[in-house]
Design a protein around this ligand. Structure first.
Ligand code: RB5
Length: 164
């Protein structure tokens, strides 16, 4: 799977460990930074990954900051992007199955690396079912977003499937 990976300084170490883990599992990982523990503002990394997903260049995104919250808030500003903060295997799996989240975010100050690896694995092991009961709920969110902001730059399913 084509995975966009990123972090701020608080998530840097976890991001590096997840990168090695994902590559070992055979995924095609693109690292959107940061590249050291030097302080960096988290929105830029989240925007870069949200944009790559929006453009169909990446299938899934994983972003780490201190709490997982700021990067999710930033990524969710992109039309059609659904970024969910997850803390364990259950929330990670549901982020995909219930919410069709293209991005999960993790808090390096909240969970340990082994829990993060398991959560990432749970997230990547499942695929949203467009025929499931969750689909109409996700569609309601997308439709509302279109009503509020227009549909010019929405992520369409066609662009997502282009790289799967
Ligand atoms: C540091 O900028 C901290 O705010 C960040 O890592 C993250 O937790 C934000 O939500």
């Amino acid at each position: 799977m084509k995975i966009a990976l990123g972090s701020d300084h608080n998530g840097y170490r976890m991001k590096e460990e997840l990168k090695a883990f994902l590559i070992e599992k055979g995924h095609e990982v693109t690292d959107y930074g940061c590249h050291s523990e030097e302080a960096v503002d988290y929105p830029g990394v989240a925007f870069a990954i949200a944009e790559a997903i929006s453009q169909g260049k990446q299938e899934r995104g994983i972003i780490v900051c201190g709490t997982g919250l700021g990067v999710a808030i930033a990524a969710n500003k992109y039309p059609g992007i659904r970024a969910a903060t997850v803390h364990d295997t259950y929330t990670a799996e549901r982020a995909q199955l219930s919410n069709n989240a293209q991005i999960i975010t993790l808090g390096a100050q909240v969970i340990g690396i082994e829990s993060a690896k398991k959560a990432v694995e749970a997230y990547l092991n499942v695929t949203f079912d467009p025929a499931s009961r969750s689909a109409s709920k996700v569609r309601q969110i997308t439709d509302r977003e279109k009503e509020l902001f227009g549909s010019g730059k929405m992520v369409e399913e066609s662009s997502r499937s282009a790289c799967s």
